[in-house]
Design a protein around this ligand. Structure first.
Ligand code: XMP
Length: 537
């Protein structure tokens, strides 16, 4: 039961949310893998936005009343007649429009310019040369030059009447175009990806400078909106949530708890694939009595069940599926004992959605199966409530802080649902897990001690069961390898390997080899994503 003062606070919060949300942008989706990144950049500069597909119903844009519109990229080519087009209502709205890649091509083609298919795709870093005085680029370039990220096949060969070329590269004579009178802009490159170094500034320039949005949309508003949405979705029902102690499920738990109070029950499954002391830490942070959240937490010890199910399996997708299925069994058995549960809460975040199911247009292929998406709800006849589904990791963290969660919890490195099973390559064996846990704990301890933990986005050890030679005394011994991985990223869709000091890596290596029997070699992973992923699997 919420008292009157809570309701009054909620009323004020609702009004603030509504006011901030009124200054909004519309993102029209042409199916690009980066569309959600556009939305995320817009939120990052303090502006509310929504993504809608290019075939919105007649009258939608006027009713939505955006202050500006961004047209996403897309996998198609406008040089074919059957591909998506910008609805006329976009231009009829009379608000600024920014076309990105495909969005720019469509704009050029539809407004009387020309687009041609290139013989080769331009993909990767490029540097544009911007014209001085352009509303989008002014003040953001270094003497007119700006490093950007390109990914396109077609190019604009003639700008439409009223437009001028505002930037070029060696291979793209029209890298950007603008019609300042109608406030229409097109960029060939992708300002939404972090490789475009001033990308967020460009989005800010468009959303706030050109479209005039105040920038009052905050992580607190995102949280309030999500809380209101949860209340509307679940009504007076009870919700059960699988809490892993990771950032996503913790923030989801806090949000659900704020929304529905004691109608939330959390279940923590110890799958035997956790890090050193992790179970104790999660219990201490969340268990009823003495914790800030005061959640109703049920711990289930299912380590034996998971390890037995994984025995003999060495194929990554099979391992993931086994863990997913076992998790479902265990969770279901536990949840069925709880009375009257109708909903399953999940800390699914946007990258989980895209990597599992791909975009609405089915263009991105399935990269891996995340066990935290799908399966359970059908079997348990539960409906899903996923309050973080549209958010990226760093936004989830900001929402967690806005909800008052402790910083150490919110800024914990992410840990995958299948746990250490994706970090023991091949078959998961108890003895490998024991070695990996200790190596991982040494790595994290040294990172914290050297003040590097918060400077990297994710760091962990990986167990490689390949026999590699080492010398102990006079004897040659064949033992296994530990790989260290540390990456820097903001969105986890792309990542750079972290340039840790050699001295730190050296210290971790000698501690692992001296303190843990069975490791003959420690290596450091210097691969970025793409093409490598963060986890080794
Ligand atoms: P990759 O390896 O795809 O990882 O570059 C991106 C981020 O996702 C995490 N990850 C997972 N998280 N369930 C999760 O909840 C999973 O199955 C899973 N697989 C990878 C990974 O740790 C990294 O942060």
């Amino acid at each position: 039961m919420r008292d009157d003062s809570a309701a009054a606070v909620d009323g004020r919060a609702d009004r603030a949310v509504a006011e901030a949300r009124a200054q909004r942008l519309l993102v029209i989706d042409f199916g690009s893998q980066y569309t959600q990144l556009i939305a995320r950049r817009v939120r990052e500069v303090g502006v509310y936005c929504e993504i809608h597909p290019f075939d919105v119903p007649e009258g939608f844009v006027a009713e939505f009343a955006p202050r500006g519109i961004i047209l996403s990229g897309g996998p198609e080519t406008v040089t074919e007649g059957s591909t998506p087009r910008i609805p006329d209502q976009v231009f009829a709205a009379g608000v600024p429009v920014l076309g990105i890649c495909y969005g720019m091509h469509a704009m050029a083609a539809q407004l009387g310019g020309a687009v041609e298919a290139s013989s080769h795709r331009e993909f990767g870093h490029a540097e544009i040369e911007a014209e001085p005085g352009d509303a989008l680029f002014d003040g953001l370039t270094d003497g007119g030059r700006l490093p950007v990220w390109m990914s396109h096949g077609d190019k604009v060969t003639a700008v439409p009447p009223g437009f001028a070329v505002t930037a070029r590269t060696g291979s793209a004579p029209v890298a950007a175009m603008a019609d300042p009178a109608r406030r229409l802009f097109g960029v060939q490159f992708h300002p939404e990806v972090t490789h475009t170094s001033r990308g967020t500034d460009l989005v800010r320039r468009f959303a706030r400078g050109i479209c005039g949005c105040a920038g009052s949309w905050t992580p607190g508003h995102i949280a309030e909106e999500a809380i209101a949405a949860v209340r509307a979705q679940v009504g007076n029902d009870r919700v059960v949530l699988g809490l892993s102690g990771g950032v996503d499920s913790s923030v989801a738990a806090a949000l659900l708890s704020r929304a529905i109070g004691d109608r939330l029950t959390c279940v923590f499954v110890d799958n035997g694939l956790l890090r050193l002391n992790e179970r104790e830490e999660v219990e201490a942070a969340f268990a009823s009595g003495g914790n800030a959240l005061n959640l109703d937490l049920h711990t289930v010890d299912a380590a034996e069940e998971f390890l037995a199910a994984l025995a003999g399996q060495d194929e990554p997708e099979t391992k993931r599926k086994t863990i997913g299925a076992t998790f479902i069994d265990v969770f279901q058995r536990t949840a069925e004992r709880l009375p009257d549960v109708r909903w399953l809460g999940q800390g699914t975040i946007y990258p989980d959605v895209i990597e599992s199911a791909a975009s609405k247009y089915g263009k991105a292929h399935v990269i891996k199966s995340h066990h935290n998406v799908g399966g359970l709800p059908e079997r348990m006849r539960l409906s899903l409530v996923e309050p973080l589904r549209d958010l990226f990791k760093d936004e989830v963290r900001q929402v967690g802080m806005a909800l008052g969660l402790p910083r150490e919890l919110v800024y914990r490195h992410p840990f995958p649902g299948p746990g250490l099973a994706v970090r023991v390559l091949g078959e998961v064996r108890r003895e490998y897990l024991g070695v990996l846990r200790r190596a991982d704990a040494i790595f994290l301890e040294e990172l914290r001690r050297a003040d590097w933990y918060d400077r990297v986005s994710q760091a962990f050890a990986v167990y490689l069961p390949v026999a590699s030679v080492g010398v102990v005394g006079d004897a040659r011994r064949y033992e296994h390898v530990i790989a260290l991985r540390a990456v820097e990223t903001t969105d986890f869709m792309t990542a750079r390997w972290a340039e840790l000091p050699y001295e730190l890596v050296g210290r971790v290596s000698s501690r692992i080899m001296n303190e843990i029997a069975g490791v003959s070699r420690v290596v450091y992973d210097v691969s970025s994503k793409p093409p490598a992923t963060i986890e080794w699997e």
